[in-house]
Ligand binder design. Structure first.
Ligand code: KG4
Ligand code: ZN
Length: 427
């Protein structure tokens, strides 16, 4: 233990095996990510059994890479953090089992982190890293005197070194598994979350992935659609999101997807509920009506499955296979999804009086989303923040950042910690 406030975090909830070392939840010393994209790409989505197998293969080298890049050893660490849910059970278990073994063997505390809380802390970590230190001493650097762990004064000192975290922020977590709105409030050094809204069926990223698959594009679909949408007319196909029916969830109907099961829906304002399965079906209908399926099959062959498919297809390769009608469809789909996220997020912020919005998760990497959220925030005089692109998608630095307040308050995991695939955040 160095007393430098070094946390090694491990993340394995879905299809990325990641490890990172972060100092005091505010300075990333390393962040290693082994992506399984090539393993799952041919199936157009994550195959849970393959994900567990790939995590097993990658976990040791990835953790070793994180320690090496950070120039630290296990003996320098103050705690191990790990994602305990939500996610794929087998995938989560690989990370948890390895984290437990490391913690036990090295006499370190183990901290369990909710993956969604991690995504929210990706934005906060980013802000702390890019903000100049408030005290003349700055953040603790290697060689600085060890801090008295977990004391209340130390929490105060730590906060004095970085700009105070915002009072209340509305966080939109928008990824392949989630589309959730939370009110995040720091109190006594700990973050508290209230669920404000969420999807009743597909997550926004899931809709991106399914539409991309339908059109013969690659997995994950978001980056392909993001890039191709720039070349189409976003107003060509008028996709509309109708207001989600209140009765559906109040009638006690079970939500349809895993993502929807991660949090309760009763008592949520229906204006802040999302539903993305309808637009996915609308795109499918458009494809059928306009006879675009043969073209999509030919595109899949040309880019991925055919004998002449390039080893690593580029956006230019994909662009060459798309006619204007397909590009218009892609641009219109994206415009509608981003518009719906924007409308509900800003309505929730206004209704809660939140002056700050954080947007995070894989879909937060989207260019149109960033640009339209930024414009709308300026128009309404509220602030909006996104993580860097690397911190938007799954990584372990965000898990270490979320673990830091728990470390300070000695909120350690029990020795029988297990994976919780439907772990909810907040209430
Ligand atoms: O946060 P993440 O890496 O993993 C989950 O927790 O799900 O998010 C992955 C999701 C995928 O659905 C992917 O298609 C989407 O994020 N995504 C994007 C973009 N980059 C990744 N969606 C839209 N635009 C992007 N640029
Ligand atoms: Zn994620």
């Amino acid at each position: 233990m160095s007393g430098r406030g070094l946390i090694l975090a491990i993340e394995s909830s879905c299809d990325e095996t990641a490890a990172a070392v972060v100092e005091r939840g505010a300075r990333t010393l390393s962040s290693a990510v082994a992506s399984q994209i090539t393993t799952h790409a041919r199936y157009g989505g994550v195959v849970p059994e393959l994900a567990s197998r790939e995590h097993l293969r990658a976990i040791v080298p990835v953790v070793r890479a994180a320690l090496t890049q950070a120039n630290v050893t296990l003996a320098d660490l103050d705690a191990i953090a790990v994602t305990s849910g939500p996610g794929l059970a087998g995938a989560l278990l690989v990370g948890i089992t390895y984290a437990k073994a490391l913690a036990f063997a090295n006499g370190l505390p183990l901290i369990a982190v909710n993956h969604l809380e991690g995504h929210i802390h990706a934005v906060l970590l980013n802000e702390r890293e890019s903000a100049p230190p408030a005290s003349k001493d700055g953040p603790q650097t290697p060689g600085a005197p060890p801090f008295p762990r977990c004391s209340a004064e130390r929490v105060g000192d730590h906060e004095a070194q970085f700009p105070a975290d915002p009072e209340s922020s509305l966080a939109l977590v928008v990824s392949g598994g989630h589309t959730h709105l939370y009110l995040a409030r720091p109190a006594d050094g700990i973050w508290h979350y209230s669920l404000i809204g969420r999807t009743l069926d597909d997550a926004a990223g899931e809709a991106y992935d399914k539409v991309a698959k339908l059109l013969g594009l690659g997995y994950p679909g978001g980056p392909w659609i993001d890039a191709l949408a720039q070349h189409g007319n976003p107003h060509a196909v008028p996709f509309a999101f109708s207001q989600v029916k209140t009765k559906l969830h109040l009638a006690g109907k079970a939500p349809r997807t895993k993502a929807a099961r991660t949090a309760p829906i009763a008592n949520l304002d229906p204006h802040f509920l999302f539903s993305f399965s309808g637009i996915k079906t609308a795109v499918l209908r458009y494809v059928e009506l306009n006879n675009l399926r043969p073209e999509a099959e030919a595109r899949r062959d040309a880019l991925f499955t055919g004998p002449d498919a390039p080893a690593r297809p580029t956006i230019e390769d994909a662009l060459a296979t798309c006619d204007p009608q397909t590009l218009d469809l892609i641009a219109s789909f994206q415009h509608a999804v981003v518009g719906d996220l924007l409308k509900k997020t800003f309505a929730a912020a206004e209704s809660l009086g939140a002056r700050r919005i954080l947007v995070t998760g894989g879909v937060a990497a989207n260019r149109e989303l960033r640009s339209r959220f930024t414009t709308e925030a300026a128009r309404r005089s509220v602030s909006v923040s996104f993580p860097t692109l690397a911190l938007s998608t799954d990584n372990a630095a965000m898990i270490a950042a979320a673990a830091w307040p728990r470390f300070l308050s000695r909120d350690f995991a029990p020795t029988d910690l297990s994976a919780d695939p439907s772990l909810a955040l907040g209430r």
